[in-house]
Design a protein around this ligand. Structure first.
Ligand code: BGC
Length: 445
């Protein structure tokens, strides 16, 4: 029995580990998909032009930032002071109820406009003066300019009807006008990764990549316009433009049986495969599926399937974080968490197995994240001859113990000593701030 348990855990560890050869292959496939996406061919990487480049850091002015992407909607009033300095003048969070996330799109945008109205009234921003909004929208948007963008599809559990295929700026401007807010207009629309890159680049000019590791995952980077083949013939300013890779959808990856079950039972089978292996929305569910398998094989919880683990998605990624942080002898904190979930009689070995499972899964997520970042870095700078700052935000990166270190360790495996040229900077709340900066860049042009 003991041997069976060890053998099974060893097998699991191997299945969730990435060999050097697999990482190399991953990067090669990633580049292939990037090139196809840039050429406008069918690809699992959409490579969406963001119609903005890095800011100079000198942009000035007062702007409202609207950040929509999770269960909260955030509004900020910011004063950009130039020379990379920003002052937060006001901030307000609103909870986005399920009825807006999953209901009618019209209601969602009416609600957002209502929040903006309350915000400007409460903070005394309302008036006859024109106010520009930088709108961060953390979903895939196909843009034709910085002031418009069509939602390609919803992700992260959103499914408000009547929004896919529509220009979200148009929807918001209309809702604002209906509330009588004629002087408030969306001056810039950006994906959250783009906002994060821009927010960091405002004070650190070496920043050329923005990434999110949270409920969802994605990254953007600064690309030479001459290499964005699908933009050929279009009038553009400057030499570079930020590209939103939408890497969540990358799918040339070795998956385990657990990934395949998760994918099959998801609302978008076959899509967002990388996101399903990296992001906070899914890691807990992979852990639950692995636990179910080990229970069935008789090596966990005495083969008894606890009621709590029968329900899909009950085992949250934040529980994994909590278990990963448990350094107590006998894993007492893990025990109390399991008890809260209704698993009352775990033994110490069970808890160690659960912790191991969490480690394999989060370790693989960190390694895939690093491999994806490495692919982007090598695309921009094949010899890693310059320094690169990656602006990062998201709860998994910020809160999951060992996740950030896991990314760094994997970058070291890939680049050896040269990895010291890559700096990953946590850029909290960057996405909203970034959209306001983009509004300022737009204002200057
Ligand atoms: C979306 C991206 C977004 C990422 C992080 C993904 O599900 O497709 O557009 O940037 O989540 O929020």
């Amino acid at each position: 029995m003991k041997n069976l348990k060890i053998r099974l855990l060893d097998r699991l560890e191997q299945e969730f580990a990435l060999t050097a050869g697999q990482i190399k292959r991953f990067i090669k496939d990633f580049h292939f998909q990037m090139n196809k996406g840039l050429a406008g061919e069918k690809s699992s990487l959409e490579m969406l032009p963001a119609f903005v480049d890095r800011p100079s850091g000198k942009e000035k002015g007062r702007f409202i930032a609207l950040d929509l992407g999770g269960t909260n909607l955030r509004l900020l009033q910011l004063e950009l002071k130039g020379s990379g300095r920003i002052e937060k003048l006001a901030e307000r969070k609103f909870v986005l109820k399920e009825k807006y996330i999953k209901g009618k799109g019209k209601d969602l945008f009416d609600f957002i406009a209502g929040c903006i109205k309350r915000f400007v009234q409460e903070k005394g921003i309302a008036g006859t003066k024109k106010s520009d909004i930088g709108f961060t929208f953390s979903f895939p948007i196909r843009q034709a300019s910085i002031t418009s963008g069509v939602l390609m599809y919803w992700t992260k559990g959103f499914c408000a009807k009547g929004v896919v295929g529509k220009d979200v700026v148009g929807l918001l401007n209309r809702a604002l006008a209906e509330k009588g807010l004629y002087n408030i207009k969306v001056a810039a629309l950006a994906n959250d990764t783009v906002g994060t890159l821009v927010a960091r680049a405002y004070r650190e000019s070496e920043c050329d990549i923005g990434a999110i590791f949270g409920t969802g995952t994605n990254a953007c980077y600064r690309e030479k316009i001459s290499r964005i083949l699908k933009m050929k013939g279009r009038k553009t300013k400057g030499s570079h433009m930020i590209i939103n890779t939408e890497w969540a959808n990358f799918n040339k990856i070795n998956t385990t049986v657990y990934d395949r079950i998760l994918d099959k039972n998801s609302i978008n089978p076959g899509e967002h495969i990388l996101e399903k292996m990296i992001s906070g929305m899914y890691l807990g569910e992979i852990a639950r599926l692995v636990m179910l398998d080990l229970i069935k094989r008789g090596v966990l919880f005495n083969s008894k399937l606890p009621q709590a683990l029968r329900v899909p998605r009950v085992f949250k990624t934040e529980y994994m974080s909590y278990i990963a942080a448990d350094r107590t002898v006998g894993l007492v904190k893990t025990n109390s968490l399991l008890r809260k979930l209704g698993i009352k009689d775990s033994c110490c070995q069970d808890r160690q197995v659960v912790k191991k499972i969490c480690n394999f899964i989060s370790g693989r997520a960190a390694c895939l994240s690093a491999a994806s970042l490495a692919a982007i870095i090598l695309k921009i700078d094949p010899d890693l001859s310059r320094r690169h700052t990656v602006a990062v935000d998201g709860t998994v990166y910020e809160k999951y113990p060992g996740f950030a270190n896991g990314i760094n360790a994997c970058l070291k495996r890939i680049f050896a000593k040269k990895s010291s040229k890559i700096k990953i900077s946590l850029t909290k709340d960057g996405s909203g701030i970034g959209a306001a900066i983009i509004a300022a860049v737009t204002d200057e042009n």
